[in-house]
Design a protein around this ligand. Structure first.
Ligand SMILES: Cc1cc2nc3c(=O)[nH]c(=O)nc-3n(C[C@H](O)[C@H](O)[C@H](O)COP(=O)(O)OP(=O)(O)OC[C@H]3O[C@@H](n4cnc5c(N)ncnc54)[C@H](O)[C@@H]3O)c2cc1C
Length: 491
């Protein structure tokens, strides 16, 4: 488990990703059974292939790579710690190209947590303020990830048993993962964390929540470390897959981009000290994401993913409207414009975040936080609404949909006649509506809605964090001044 940086591979290709998963599979439990080879499992393999394909994509598109500052090898640009606005924009561009390959439906492309670790490594001095070893660990770990191009999942949230009380006050002190033992070599962790998307990743970050603040009595639960997903004692209990094994024709998104979510159990898991980046310091755990730039990095990637997703929805809603001749109705145009405005809104947030980027105290060109914070607060409302729009536009067409077997079966001729559209033949209309269905109605679609509502944290507490962290005084002063002046105004 130690950080072997001497035998690095640089940017990986799909074959290396698949080989590693084959030789080091995480301890995954699914539907009552252990899954030894996710890459060949019918409910996992398509998601695995889509993840692996991102690694070939980066070699096919050299903008997605850059030269490692340490080894000189080509490494993924999504790991870059930018020093200039141009470098920051190059990271945006690489992430956007990659997000477009799956229309932003793979929220856990490795890019998301690569940006988190780039932020942590850049702000390592903050992690190491009281104990320099922790900062050094973060830097070393980041380099190890970058030079080996490893993918990560992460788990931040404690089990949803009793939200009325804090972590340390749960009925079982080992419900939430906590330090069971501290030895000269490392920590032993016991308990549980929810929730980790992409359990097939190589590594797992077990970090504090960005929003749920710990209190002093939570110290045994306050840590940040990263370990391989195949570490002994670590178990991933994976939810039912929404890739039911149907064809790409029938389930165009579910059969490709199912990332899966899992609950993570720690059965006396050993964590060596060189993997620990935060420890028992409750205040530092509460502030580490924000102070180091990890949060800004993640929010940057999320804005890019949201742009890819909203551009997809502009394309999909427009094609759907044209296909059945509804694009001239005023309320349809209103809906199309709503999706368009959302797209331009996200694009504007991203642009401002880049243009107003500034060197932070650690020398990283950090995207401006305010537009990213606004974006992450707004999108959980925009996305469900856009899915609703798709349902309102598609209406019964979203359920009146033959399958691939129907289309190729004895009823082919009738289907060709009865499923024609205003401007498309049945053979084009059916796949379009199947895609719309997988975006707004299927199990995969509704999980995407849940994801957008919650993955970055509870929107209610995200709003609370926004209000608490933004100084509104100058706006209040302006109104106050007007009111003051009004007192003396004579009509
Ligand atoms: C599809 C999906 C994928 C995810 N992937 C990951 C992942 O990979 N890694 C990861 O770490 N996390 C992941 N998450 C978890 C995500 O961070 C949490 O869903 C989010 O932080 C909310 O926490 P919770 O789900 O425990 O909800 P809870 O905290 O249990 O909230 C449930 C409800 O109670 C309300 N509530 C609870 N406590 C309070 C309070 N104190 N004040 C006001 N209202 C309250 C909430 O507003 C909400 O309505 C994922 C979530 C989803 C849905």
């Amino acid at each position: 488990m130690s950080l072997t940086i001497s035998q690095t591979v640089g940017a990986r290709r799909s074959q290396q990703v698949l080989e590693r998963l084959h030789t080091n599979p995480p301890n995954i439990w699914y539907d009552g059974k252990q899954i030894k080879d996710p890459a060949s499992h019918p409910h996992f393999r398509n998601g695995v292939q889509s993840l692996a394909a991102l690694y070939d994509f980066q070699w096919a598109n050299p903008q997605c790579l850059y030269q490692s500052p340490t080894s000189g090898d080509k490494v993924s640009r999504t790991f870059m710690i930018p020093n200039t606005v141009e470098e920051l924009k190059s990271v945006t561009a690489a992430m956007k190209m990659r997000a477009d390959t799956n229309f932003g439906m793979m929220g856990r492309m490795p890019d998301y947590l690569n940006r988190a670790m780039a932020g942590y490594a850049s702000g390592a001095a903050y992690l190491g303020q009281d104990d320099p070893r922790l900062g050094k660990n973060a830097k070393n770990y980041y380099e190890y990830l970058r030079e080996n191009d490893l993918s990560m999942t992460h788990t931040l949230i404690t089990p949803q048993a009793n939200r009325a009380v804090g972590t340390a006050q749960q009925a079982d002190p080992y419900l939430a993962a906590r330090v069971k033992e501290e030895t000269k070599d490392g920590l032993v962790i016991r308990g549980c964390r929810m929730l980790a998307t992409l359990p097939i990743a190589d590594e797992i970050m077990v970090f504090p929540s960005t929003l749920l603040k710990n209190v002093p009595e939570d110290a045994p639960y306050a840590f940040g470390f990263s370990i391989p997903t195949n570490t002994p004692g670590l178990k991933f209990l994976v939810r039912e897959s929404f890739d039911y094994g149907h064809s790409h024709y029938d389930h165009p998104l579910s059969s490709r981009y199912e990332e899966l979510d899992s609950v993570v159990m720690f059965d006396d898991v050993f964590v060596p000290w060189d993997r620990v980046m935060l420890y028992r310091d409750v205040d530092r755990c509460n502030s580490a994401y924000g102070r180091t730039g990890a949060l800004a990095g993640m929010a940057h990637q999320v804005a890019v993913k949201n742009l890819a997703k909203t551009e997809f929805l502009v394309g999909l809603t427009s094609l759907l409207a044209n296909s059945i001749g509804i694009e001239s109705f005023q309320h349809i145009q209103e809906k199309l414009s709503e999706v368009w405005v959302n797209m331009e809104t996200v694009r504007a947030f991203l642009r401002v975040a880049e243009e107003d980027a500034a060197l932070d105290e650690y020398g990283m060109m950090r995207p401006s936080w305010d537009p990213l914070d606004a974006c992450r607060n707004l999108y959980p409302r925009l996305y469900p609404r856009m899915v609703e729009i798709l349902q309102q536009m598609g209406a019964s067409g979203l359920v009146a949909m033959p399958t691939e077997a129907d289309v190729r079966g004895p009823m082919a001729e009738e289907i060709r006649r009865y499923f024609q559209g205003a401007r498309v033949e049945a053979h084009d209309r059916i796949p379009l509506f199947r895609l719309a269905w997988d975006t707004c109605l299927s199990a995969f679609a509704s999980r995407q809605v849940l994801y957008e509502r919650f993955f970055f944290g509870d929107p209610v507490r995200m709003a609370g964090a926004l209000v608490a962290s933004h100084d509104r005084t100058k706006y209040m002063d302006r109104v106050r001044a007007f009111l003051e002046k009004s007192k003396n105004d004579v009509n």
